[in-house]
Design a protein around this ligand. Structure first.
Ligand SMILES: C[S@@+](CC[C@H](N)C(=O)[O-])C[C@H]1O[C@@H](n2cnc3c(N)ncnc32)[C@H](O)[C@@H]1O
Length: 239
């Protein structure tokens, strides 16, 4: 993939974005600093992330900062339970990721991509259609001295260039779930291992998946977890 603008370098990581139409406010790093705190990620204390405590408050703050209403929710502002569980699984099973090419679809804060990089993946792409997410992933990758490439395209339906596709906490919206389930089960991804992290959200596919691990959610905020007290990691079974 050819980046459409210059990669930024920080520490040992190289961060590049393929999104060419970004009209981002330039002071996002300052907004990130004042609207989140840096701390260990739940379930993955070895990773440090920028995280907000309250999604609604962050959402309002982002709208005030940009002077615009009706923006997408700032999902990048915290690692979600499905992503935390999937990242935990990755860190606990590095041999499944070492030397592999990995896509973290719907990367948000980048927690799964960063975990895959830490586990020794050869190349990690973090994809998200929210341009602010790409900025947050870049900042979080720097915090963890991880090497992650940023992709702003909607990759649903794309031919696979990855050994492993990760998707943490992405089953919250019907249209997205239909498109994602169809892609994950398409011939395009036949040769790719597909791993999901989810706590039982409305549109999680309940067939064609096998549970690999389950983790407790003691510290999750109520808005994150609903009534769930545990969160699972799943593999999509071959067709
Ligand atoms: C609930 S967040 C989960 C973030 C992260 N995986 C985690 O578990 O913490 C879902 C993310 O999916 C992204 N997303 C939604 N539709 C997408 C698409 N078609 N392609 C890439 N990302 C998408 C959203 O912007 C959001 O950042």
């Amino acid at each position: 993939m050819r980046p459409k603008h210059d990669p930024r370098h920080a520490g040992r990581e190289s961060l590049s974005s393929s999104r060419g139409d970004r009209t981002l406010a330039r002071d996002f790093p300052e907004f990130l600093r004042r609207s989140t705190a840096i701390g260990p990620a739940g379930l993955c204390p070895e990773l440090r992330l920028h995280a907000a405590h309250d999604l609604q408050a962050l959402w309002r703050a982002q709208e005030t900062w940009l002077g615009r209403l009706g923006l997408a929710a700032p999902y990048w502002g915290m690692p979600w339970p499905g992503g935390r569980a999937l990242a935990r699984y990755i860190l606990d099973h590095p041999s499944q990721f070492r030397g592999r090419t990995v896509l973290d679809f719907g990367s948000g804060s980048g927690i799964c991509a960063i975990a895959a990089a830490k586990a020794g993946a050869r190349r990690v792409e973090a994809a998200d259609i929210d341009p602010y997410s790409l900025e947050a992933i870049a900042a979080n990758a720097r915090l963890n001295d991880a090497h992650v490439e940023l992709v702003g395209e909607d990759l649903l339906g794309a031919p696979s260039r990855w050994d492993v596709v990760l998707a943490g906490d992405v089953w919250y919206e019907k249209f997205l779930a239909i498109r994602l389930a169809s892609w994950l089960r398409s011939p395009a991804l036949d040769a790719t291992s597909k791993l999901l992290g989810d706590l039982g959200r409305a549109y999680f596919p309940r067939t064609g998946v096998v549970e690999l691990a389950r983790y407790p959610l003691p510290a999750a905020a109520p808005h994150e977890r609903g009534t769930a007290n545990t969160v699972g990691v799943w593999s999509v079974m071959p067709r």
